[in-house]
Design a protein around this ligand. Structure first.
Ligand code: 13P
Length: 250
């Protein structure tokens, strides 16, 4: 069975004091219950990764970056390598988030190169895919998502080294979500595509997260879908109570 993963993408939020307080609040909840039925991942901005790693040490909560460069080191001003993230205590890195694709023009090929770098550094790559509203309206959702997967999944990826996150661009930060049927259809198509690109076993075991306006009040329904193995949460991951409630909805 696939163990649910609840991942918080803090995006460009969190000065040191806030980051420490939020990470400590999640750690306290973990420590108060002893064991939970899901994995938790926090993805803070680069400057506070060390702060967050320190705050959750010993709890089982994992920490990840929000992006990485495809190269290990070199003349790439402002960039951060997967090896640096691993060195800071990260176990995961998000690649191909729609905000990276939009703000930094990242292509599927670049996303694949980043995912490969993540794997080479021993990190799990959380590869994001999802259609825009115009693409959904044009009936292109499955084709877009399948093309993104084909272009961005590294060869040799396994369920242990890659997590897929389906994030419809129009559902991010808008309070809107696809219908449960639509989410189920896309997640089923993603799993089928992973089976074709990688293998049946990889597809059966790989976690496919849903992201886009996940809140405590819609989490149970979304996470209850057969092919939804967790959530990638933006806004609601910045409130300890809400993020914890989403985890408890698994
Ligand atoms: P929201 O949960 O704020 O819609 O953000 C989703 C997201 O982009 C997570 O990566």
């Amino acid at each position: 069975a696939r163990r649910p993963l609840i991942a918080g993408n803090w995006k460009m939020n969190g000065l040191k004091a806030e980051a420490r307080a939020l990470a400590e609040a999640m750690a306290a909840r973990f420590n108060s219950v002893g064991s939970v039925g899901f994995d938790m991942l926090l993805c803070p901005p680069f400057p506070v990764i060390g702060t967050v790693v320190g705050a959750v040490a010993g709890t089982g909560i994992a920490v990840g970056g929000q992006d990485c460069h495809a190269k290990v080191s070199g003349a790439h001003t402002g960039d951060v390598s997967a090896a640096m993230l691993a060195d800071q205590g990260c176990q995961f890195v998000i690649v191909g988030h729609s905000e990276r694709r939009a703000d930094h023009g990242e292509s599927d090929a670049q996303v694949r190169a980043k995912a490969e770098a993540a794997l080479a550094a021993g990190l799990v790559a959380v590869i994001c895919v999802g259609e825009t509203e115009a693409q959904r309206d044009a009936g292109q959702t499955l084709r877009v998502v399948e093309t993104q997967l084909e272009g961005s999944l590294p060869a040799g990826a396994t369920a242990q080294t890659v997590v897929i996150a389906y994030e419809p661009v129009w559902a991010i930060g808008t309070g809107r979500t696809p219908t449960l049927n639509d989410v189920a259809q896309v997640h089923g198509a993603i799993r089928a595509k992973v089976a074709r690109v990688l293998s049946a076993e990889a597809a059966a075991e790989m976690r496919v997260l849903y992201g886009g306006s996940v809140k405590p009040d819609n989490a149970r329904a979304l996470l209850g879908l057969a092919d939804v193995d967790g959530a990638l949460v933006g806004g609601a991951s910045l409130k300890a109570e809400d993020f914890w409630a989403i985890g408890c909805a698994t």
